[in-house]
Design a protein around this ligand. Structure first.
Ligand SMILES: [Zn+2]
Ligand SMILES: [Zn+2]
Length: 187
């Protein structure tokens, strides 16, 4: 894990406010989408029209695709209800809420040498820090703290996650908690 030169947080953890961290998080999804396009259409840069058509097809069947591909497809589509990127508008916008729920039927494949279910934590963390306005300030802070660790292959135990939540509920800040899981013997 490295500190971000832009914000001083662990890389990825400054999102969504730090542009550099927000870009790093975006690239997690974007790289998966580009790889898929390359396989599907023979080029990572199809025309905008073709790319949107592929995105619509993926979003129709999220359970057939990896979550990075589904999230990348949603990024290509706009919500008919609120005009935001589909699934990332304000909570309470019906098409966004629907798309945001459906995205969770996508496939999660753990990367090599990580705890089982690590990939689920990665995808939830990515969703939350990319759409912080859809979550409580406490949930967003929890994932800003957690995402760099789960990307590093760590998966907190239930007790560790509960301890983190309790500290956040007590009013602890990012700086108070940034090293919680990197200290030897932390719990
Ligand atoms: Zn940053
Ligand atoms: Zn919407």
């Amino acid at each position: 894990m490295r500190r971000c030169a832009g914000c001083g947080c662990w890389e990825y953890g400054g999102a969504p406010d730090c542009a550099r961290c927000a870009d790093l998080v975006y690239l997690i999804v974007q790289d998966g989408w580009r790889d898929f396009l390359r396989v599907w259409s023979g080029t990572a840069e199809p025309s905008a029209e073709e790319e949107r058509a592929i995105a619509e097809m993926v979003v129709e069947e999220p359970d057939r695709h990896d979550w990075r591909i589904v999230d990348g497809a949603l990024d290509r589509l706009s919500c008919a209800g609120c005009g935001s990127t589909l699934g990332r508008g304000p909570r309470g916008c019906p098409p966004c809420d629907l798309a945001d729920g459906f995205r969770y039927s996508a496939i999660e494949t753990d990367r090599p040498n990580v705890h089982p279910r690590n990939e689920h934590a990665v995808r939830v963390g990515v969703s939350v820090v990319r759409s912080g306005h859809r979550y409580s300030a406490r949930a967003l802070l929890g994932w800003r703290l957690g995402l760099p660790f789960v990307l590093d292959g760590f998966l907190p135990s239930t007790a560790q996650a509960q301890a983190l939540r309790a500290r956040i509920n007590d009013g602890a800040t990012y700086d108070d908690l940034a090293d919680l899981w990197s200290l030897p013997g932390s719990s």
